[in-house]
Design a protein around this ligand. Structure first.
Ligand code: FES
Ligand code: FE2
Length: 410
């Protein structure tokens, strides 16, 4: 892990490190400061497993994706044998950026400068006129593209710049097991869109992690994903999770218009799983579709969201009408989230705000997330434990002020 400059270590996280009942939220400077942003790119995104694509986006022949991962630009490829690769986006001749954006149909990655060419497995295969005059001690095998770790999880592709970070399956702890029944690795992309938001990436993730705002920000969503039907869904792993059971069709059926994936168990068949995968993926899995948001931090107050709707492979013939109903509902909800997060950003920047408090019933995942963040800055390699068998019970039931709820908190 790279060195983190002071002052964003140790004492900076003192309020976040307290128990959730007495903790304060991440200091505002973490959402607004260019110095913090730079430190975060290095401390968090240069060493974490960063979500870069949906697996199905690499199913086409010769697709090369270009993604920002921390301080680096990374190429994601799939070679002829079907193996996924990640490479730093720089030519081994004199360092030129190889590709500026996603490109399809490539059998070779050609540098635009002097036309060195690389296979999709990173091998240097073309060096035109390089040896017009003999070069000493040069073996093309010594100059492949520089590798970046890539792996897949839940139908998504992740990249990691750091060789020492735990393997991806370990990073996400028990989540692979929790999601296994959906078979997400076989789900396909139905539609994608990209949106640039005037808010820090953490505000978008934190907003996704809590349902405190549900009633007021999302009156429509609150009918299909009711406050009283929410509970936490987090075991050991670098993620924050909540579930709604059941997804209700009583008032609106927007989320129930498409057929469910086959062979789901009774929990998966009736639930919505809402998972913030640390650091940058917001994954919503419903019985009949998944909505994936990949957050790309561009500046302290600017984030690009790559939004993708995945459908079970059994749903390829789903009508546009049924899909559009689902998609439009998500667009409505997501726009409501974007508006409130942009407003939150403005408050962080111009409201003289320093730090706040967590609503324990609803916002424990934000505390968990803030501590994961603090761990990266403090260079502590730790996978957070899950809720214990008591706190794993429903958190949405009953009066939030009952002593039982507080007693179940860590
Ligand atoms: S810099 Fe790429 S071929 Fe020269
Ligand atoms: Fe929301």
């Amino acid at each position: 892990m790279s060195t983190t400059p002071e002052p964003f270590i140790g004492e900076f996280w003192r309020g976040v490190r307290r128990r959730v009942e007495e903790a304060s939220t991440t200091p505002a400077i973490a959402y607004t400061s260019p110095a913090f942003f730079a430190a975060e790119q290095s401390a968090v995104f240069d060493s974490a497993w960063v979500g870069v694509a949906c697996l199905d986006e690499l199913s086409g022949s010769g697709t090369v994706l270009v993604r920002s991962v921390g301080t680096r630009s990374v190429l994601i490829t799939r070679d002829k044998e079907g193996t996924l690769h990640g490479f730093l986006n720089a030519c081994r001749h004199r360092g030129t950026e190889l590709l500026p954006a996603d490109t399809d149909g490539l059998s070779m990655i050609r540098c635009p400068y002097h036309r060195w060419g690389y296979g999709l497995d990173g091998t240097l295969v073309a060096t035109p006129r390089f040896t017009d005059v003999a070069v000493e001690d040069f073996d093309p095998n010594d100059y492949p593209l520089k590798r970046v770790r890539v792996d897949t999880f839940a139908g998504l592709v992740f990249a990691n710049l750091d060789l020492t970070t735990a393997p991806l399956q370990e990073w996400f702890g028990d989540l692979g097991e929790r999601l296994a029944g959906y078979g997400l690795q076989g789900w396909t992309v139905r539609e994608s869109t990209t949106v640039e938001i005037q808010a820090n990436w953490k505000l978008l993730s934190e907003n996704f992690q809590e349902y405190y705002h549900l009633t007021w920000v999302h009156p429509e969503l609150a009918k299909v994903s009711r406050v009283k039907d929410h509970y936490r869904w987090q075991g050991p792993g670098m993620y924050c999770g909540q579930t709604t059971t059941p997804v209700s069709g009583d008032d609106r059926s927007d989320w129930l218009a498409m057929p469910p994936a086959p062979n789901l168990d009774s929990g998966d068949a009736t639930s919505g799983r809402f998972l913030a995968l640390f650091p940058n993926v917001l994954l919503s899995v419903l019985p009949n579709h998944a909505f994936v948001i990949q957050l790309e931090p561009l500046a302290p107050g600017i984030t690009r969201e790559r939004c993708t709707w995945l459908l079970p492979s059994s749903s390829h013939a789903v009508s546009d009408d049924a899909f559009n109903l689902t998609r439009d509902f998500w667009v409505l909800v997501n726009n409501q989230d974007i508006d409130i997060c942009e407003r939150s950003q403005r408050g962080q920047e111009r409201g003289g705000f320093t730090e706040g408090r967590y609503a324990v019933r609803f916002e424990e995942p934000l505390h968990r997330f803030a501590n994961m963040l603090a761990d990266r800055f403090d260079r502590i390699e730790r996978i957070p434990p899950g809720d214990d068998k008591f706190s794993a019970r429903r958190f949405g039931d009953g009066d939030p002020t009952t002593p039982g709820v507080a007693a179940r908190q860590r």
